[in-house]
Design a protein around this ligand. Structure first.
Ligand code: PLP
Length: 427
């Protein structure tokens, strides 16, 4: 069920009409639904418990980069979520939101010494390491701190996620992960470094996957490696299958999280029964988009309707700096008028005020709209605000979280003076 739906001719977020939010907080504004976040998280948690996994044998580590607002992190943390971070900054966000560092895993190809130190200070669950030089650096930093760093290797299973090239990460020629053929040797290096403790294996093959076949194929390859490592005397405590489940933007029919997890756990249980006398292995997930993507919209106001020689444009006050996905991936987002009007529609490109031809949010949409109307850009909860920039000295949008009829401003709109506050003019 969508928590963004019309009541009469008006679009609501849960029990709050979107025009009320525009009046109160202005536009552009990101609006998130608590009920939707909780439902999406629960689809993972419920599938884990259905397959007999407690929080110790299965952990959902929400991918912070998809939406890192403190209120979102706090809400998910209270549901029991762990966190997948890709920077020290994200760790500080998780801590500020009251997240539990012992449920944090640290991904990314370029961890700095400072970031490693910060994560070791807070005793995170695991570092997902992506190269041999990173293993050596982490070992050195851990030694300086008289600690042992828990590590997983992110392996590259070389399966085709069949998604957009920019969001596919599991192919051979990708910058991510350790090549499958070099995984065992790399594990041996890690195993022999004194200040590392090998605890797991990790992969993440891409994003917006509609089918779970590539994920299950990746699982099979990971299982092969776990068996080989076992033979080499290296026992792993967990297996992390990454994130990547897609959502419906338009008419996509993504696999249901519950169905995917059922297939995955069934496969894992059969394998453990066959080879390890049923001894369980902890399973980690790193979902982002499937938890927040459809839990948010970007609310924007039409500034002008412009009727060009060959095209009509709805010029809105949100732009590529607020929602980068169309400009970056030619991504498709639904566009819904907040007020449904009983007038003839026309075909519009919905564009922002930024001085770039790439600054569009939607193309060729039939819309019955007037100047001054509000539009909701749908499915904007993931990789929306987190990818926003200040290009054109535009302050980033406000963010509002709705819970039933409760309205919470969870990030104030940035003001122009905020944007140059750190700058100075030399005498
Ligand atoms: C971005 C990312 C995720 C989340 O991907 P989604 O497609 O949003 O689920 C998970 N793991 C890693 C390593 C990532 O980089």
């Amino acid at each position: 069920m969508s928590h963004f739906a019309y009541r009469g001719n008006k679009l609501f977020a849960e029990d709050v009409a979107l025009d009320r939010l525009a009046a109160e907080f202005g536009t552009p504004t990101y609006v998130y639904s608590s009920a939707s976040l909780i439902e999406n998280f629960s689809s993972y948690a419920a599938a884990c418990s259905k397959h007999g996994r407690s929080e110790n044998d299965a952990l959902v580590c929400y991918s912070v980069k998809s939406n890192s607002n403190l209120a979102v992190l706090s809400l998910l943390g209270k549901q029991g979520s762990g966190f997948d971070i890709v920077s020290g900054g994200e760790l500080l966000r998780v801590l500020a939101a009251g997240g539990d560092p012992s449920k944090v895993i640290f991904s990314g190809v370029g961890k700095s010494r400072d970031e490693m130190r910060l994560a070791l200070t807070h005793d995170i669950l695991c570092f997902n390491v992506e190269s041999i030089p990173e293993l050596h650096r982490l070992n050195e930093v851990a030694a300086e701190m008289h600690k042992q760093a828990p590590v997983s290797l992110r392996v590259n299973p070389d399966v085709d996620a069949k998604t957009h090239p920019y969001i596919s990460t599991g192919l051979k020629d990708n910058k991510f992960g350790i090549a499958f053929s070099e995984a065992i040797e790399t594990y041996k290096v890690a195993h022999n470094l004194k200040n590392l403790r090998v605890v797991g294996i990790d992969c993440h093959i891409g994003s917006q996957l509609l089918d779970d076949a590539p994920l299950l194929e990746a699982l099979d390859k990971v299982i092969e490696l776990v068996d080989e490592l076992h033979q080499a005397g290296i026992e792993l405590h967990h297996l992390d299958i990454g994130g990547g489940i897609g959502i419906t933007y338009d008419d996509e029919k993504p696999v249901k999280v519950g169905d995917y997890l059922s297939r995955l756990f069934t496969r894992i249980d059969a394998w453990r029964a066959e080879k390890y006398q049923g001894k369980p292995i902890t399973v980690l997930f790193e979902p982002g988009r499937s938890i927040v993507g459809n839990a948010g919209v970007l609310l924007t106001e039409i500034q002008y309707l412009k009727h060009g020689a060959t095209k009509n444009f709805a010029v809105v006050d949100a732009a590529m700096n607020d929602l980068m996905r169309p400009a970056m991936y030619e991504a498709w987002h639904g566009v819904q008028p907040v007020l449904q009007r009983d007038i003839a529609g026309q075909t519009y490109d919905v564009v922002g005020p930024v001085c770039e031809s790439g600054d569009w949010l939607a193309r060729e949409r039939a819309l019955a709209i007037e100047q001054g109307d509000l539009l909701a850009i749908m499915s904007a909860g993931a990789y929306g605000m987190t990818m926003a920039s200040n290009y054109n000295t535009r302050g980033r949008a406000a963010e509002v979280l709705i819970d039933g009829d409760k309205i919470m401003l969870v990030r104030k709109r940035e003001m122009p003076a905020d944007l140059f506050a750190l700058e100075s003019i030399p005498d």
